[in-house]
Design a protein around this ligand. Structure first.
Ligand code: GRF
Length: 197
C-alpha cells in the first residue's frame, strides 16, 4: 500500500481527482494518509474533511520564524510517514531538509509543458497568461519529481492541451486542469503505487 500525503494551498481540484481516483480504483494500492495546507481557508481542506481524510493547516503565519514553520511541517510529515508526497498547488518553498529526507519521493503537478513557462514566479494564472502572451498553440501539464530547484526535477508525465482562439487565462487554466492535470497526476500516482520494486 502506498501511503501518500497531499500538500495543497487552494481549491483542491487536483486533490479531488486523487480522492476520486482512489475511491473508483483507477488509483490502485494507494491510501491518502493526510492533507496539509499552509492556508486555513483552502477549500482543499474541506474536500479532505468531507472524505474523512486527516487534514492539517500548518501556516507560516502561526510560527515565530521560517525555521519554526519548517520544523513543524517536517514533524507533521514524520508523524504521517508517507511513502510519497504529492504537491498539488502547494505554494510554499519546501525546506531543503525535506527534499533530502524524501528524495525521489516528492512529486509536483505544474500547469505547463516543462521546460516552457516554469520556474520562479510561474504559478497559477501567470503560467497561462504567459502562454497566451507567447502565442503557443499547444500547452499542457507536467508531473515531475521535486528536487532543490523550481520545476527542475525529472519529468514523470506530460499531457498536451490545445490553445483555442479567444482563450482567456481562466478558460485555458480550466481546460489544462480538466484535460491534463486531473488525468496525469492520478495516473502517475497509480504507476508509482503499482511499480514492482
Ligand atoms: C493547479 O493549476 C496546478 O497545476 C497548480 O496549482 C493549481 C492547483 O489547483 N500547481 P487545485 O488547488 O488543485 O485546484
Amino acid at each position: 500500500m502506498l501511503n501518500i500525503v497531499v500538500c495543497v494551498s487552494g481549491g483542491g481540484t487536483n486533490l479531488q481527482a486523487i480522492i476520486d481516483g482512489v475511491k473508483s480504483g483507477t488509483i490502485r494500492n494507494t491510501r491518502i494518509v493526510g492533507v496539509i495546507s499552509n492556508n486555513a481557508g483552502a477549500y482543499a481542506l474541506t474536500r479532505a474533511k468531507e472524505n474523512e481524510i486527516p487534514a492539517f493547516c500548518i501556516s507560516p503565519k502561526d510560527y515565530a520564524d521560517r525555521e519554526a514553520f519548517n520544523q513543524a511541517f517536517l514533524d507533521k510529515l514524520a508523524e504521517l510517514a508517507p511513502d510519497l508526497i504529492v504537491l498539488a498547488g502547494f505554494l510554499v518553498i519546501l525546506p531543503k531538509q525535506m527534499i533530502a529526507t524524501y528524495r525521489d519521493r516528492i512529486i509536483n503537478i505544474h500547469p505547463s509543458l516543462i521546460p516552457s513557462f516554469c520556474g520562479t514566479g510561474f504559478y497559477g494564472l501567470k503560467v497561462h497568461e504567459e502562454a497566451l502572451k507567447r502565442g503557443v498553440k499547444v500547452t499542457g501539464a507536467t508531473v515531475h519529481y521535486v528536487d532543490e530547484g523550481t520545476d527542475t526535477g525529472t519529468i514523470i508525465a506530460q499531457k498536451a492541451v490545445e490553445v483555442l482562439p479567444g482563450d482567456t487565462p481562466e478558460v485555458l487554466q480550466r481546460r489544462v486542469m480538466e484535460q491534463a492535470e486531473w488525468v496525469i497526476l492520478p495516473k502517475a500516482i497509480d504507476e508509482i503505487a503499482t511499480r514492482t520494486k
